[in-house]
Design a protein around this ligand. Sequence first.
Ligand code: ZN
Length: 317
Amino acid sequence: MNLPHPTGLHHLTAIATDAQSNIDFYAGLLGLRLVKNTVNFDDPSAYHLYYGDEHGTPGSIVTFFYWPGATRGQVGSGQVTAITLAAPAAALDFWRERLERHGVTVTPRHRFGEDVLAFSDPDGIPLEIVGVAADPRPGWTGAGISPAHAIHGLHTAELTVREAGPTEDLLTTVMGWSLVRRDAHRARFTAGAGGPGHFVDVIADPSAPRGTGGAGTVHHLAFRVPDDGAELAMQGRIADAGYHVSDVRDRDYFRSIYYRERGGILFEIATDTPGFAVDEAVTALGQTLQLPRQFRSARSRIEALLPSLRAARRYSP
Ligand code: ZN
């Protein structure tokens, strides 16, 4: 039976402290497109910003909640432990030079045949750029970064757990993904034909510090499904497997269900539909504050609570 299952990564959401320095870093230095400027559904006094490619394609998306003055979390087991992005392999020298010139410390790595640059964002969130030979996804060039260098979107979601068995079983059964490689404590899983944006790595590390939520950590990982029918099929399958899965939440740009896997990581399954152009034109994505429906009548009060934001700082190439 060919049941619907998540076809790739949809987004990662992390916790930062300051929206302006976050915009300067992700949209300015890394050159991602700010595709949605909105507020937290549970707290409209705080921004929720989404970055991605030109259209905000699922698999290109990184989003942030802002908790000003929040206690710094601990990156560790039971979390997504890096935001891992893909760029052309020939662009890694460009990225290393650009990051270092702007004061970012870069550590080169090599993993599964690909070169990797590891660094951190201003909140200490671990980031990586993986140099990939083939990735058909176009990068956003509106921030002044050439197509030969631009970041394409997510490469992998890296999960760290103390005991890998239950997380790996979930991925290969309920989620329908396949093991593609295993190297010491890291196992890579993929959906369908794979490729960047379709990888989950599970790291088994019994000695890792236990992750605690807070600024500087990834909050959750969202997988993508095409539509509401696939979402409901997954909801039933996850519940049948004994997980507590949420009802369907309308996030305006996608519809989502949530559950916590056995290693402690919050998983979301989000639909590709309707997408980020549902409330503003593709050419204007991210340029004005868009409010969830339930908050639209309170726009002036919400705007008064939010700090003002400037366009991303422009960095020299
Ligand atoms: Zn999410």
